[in-house]
Design a protein around this ligand. Structure first.
Ligand code: ZN
Length: 208
C-alpha cells in the first residue's frame, strides 16, 4: 500500500530512529495516518481539545493503538464529545457505556469523562474557551522542541506539571502530568516530532 520505502537497515531502524522519514513510533496502519495528519498539529477547536483530553485519559494503562482502534466507537458512544451532553449523562447512560465493548469499559474512566465534561464547561465559562485556557500553559504558541530520537522525548515536562496541577484543582480526573504531556504533544502545544521527521517542519508552520 505504501509508496514510501523507509530505506533503513534493520539495525539503523532500531538504534537510529532519527534516520527514519517519520517519527519511529508511527509504524502501524492506524498510527501512521494519525502521525501524518493529526499528531502535533496545533488545535484551537474546543470540541477536538476535549476529545483528546478524554482519549488521552482513557489511554492510561493501555496503548495508544488501542485507543485509535476504538476512536470511532468513542465518538459514537460519547455524542461526538459534546461536553454539554456528556455533563448530563445519568446512571442509565453509564450502564449503557459499561456494556459497550467498543470503548474502554472502566467505571472510573467513564465517571471521569462525565466529571471532566462538567469541569470543561466551567473552564469555558471562566476563560471564554478551553482553547484560551489550555494554550496559556505554553504562552499561547507551540513550543518547538528539537528531538532527534524517541529517547529524548520525556514523559512529562514543567508545562504539563503545571497544566496537570491546575486541572486537578478544577476537579478534572485522569489528568496526571504524563497524560497532560501526551495531550500537549497530540494537540500541538509542543512539537515533539523528530527534527528529521517530514512532519517536523509542517506542524511548525513551514508547510503553509
Ligand atoms: Zn513525526
Amino acid at each position: 500500500m505504501s509508496t514510501q520505502k523507509p530505506d533503513l537497515s534493520p539495525g539503523q531502524a532500531e538504534s537510529l530512529p532519527c534516520s527514519a522519514p517519520r517519527c519511529a513510533w508511527a509504524k502501524t496502519e492506524l498510527s501512521i495516518p494519525y502521525h501524518d495528519t493529526e499528531w502535533g498539529v496545533p488545535v484551537h477547536d474546543d470540541r477536538l481539545l476535549f476529545e483528546f483530553l478524554i482519549l488521552e485519559g482513557a489511554q492510561a494503562g493501555l496503548s495508544w493503538e488501542t485507543i485509535l482502534k476504538k476512536r470511532a466507537n468513542y465518538r459514537r458512544a460519547f455524542d461526538n464529545f459534546d461536553a454539554q451532553k456528556i455533563a448530563r449523562y445519568n446512571a442509565r447512560k453509564v450502564a449503557q457505556l459499561l456494556s459497550n465493548p467498543g470503548i474502554v469499559r472502566n467505571r472510573l474512566k467513564i465517571a471521569a469523562t462525565i466529571q471532566n465534561a462538567k469541569a470543561f464547561l466551567a473552564v469555558q465559562k471562566e476563560f471564554g474557551s478551553f482553547d484560551r485556557y489550555v494554550w496559556q500553559f505554553v504562552g499561547g504558541q507551540p513550543k518547538q522542541n528539537a528531538r532527534t530520537s524517541l529517547k529524548q522525548i520525556p514523559a512529562r515536562a514543567p508545562e504539563s506539571d503545571a497544566m496537570s496541577k491546575d486541572l486537578l484543582k478544577r476537579g478534572f480526573k485522569f489528568v496526571g502530568s504524563t497524560i497532560c504531556y501526551a495531550f500537549m504533544q497530540a494537540v500541538g502545544l509542543v512539537n515533539d516530532h523528530a527534527t528529521n521527521c517530514f512532519r517536523y517542519r509542517e506542524v511548525n508552520g513551514g508547510g503553509s
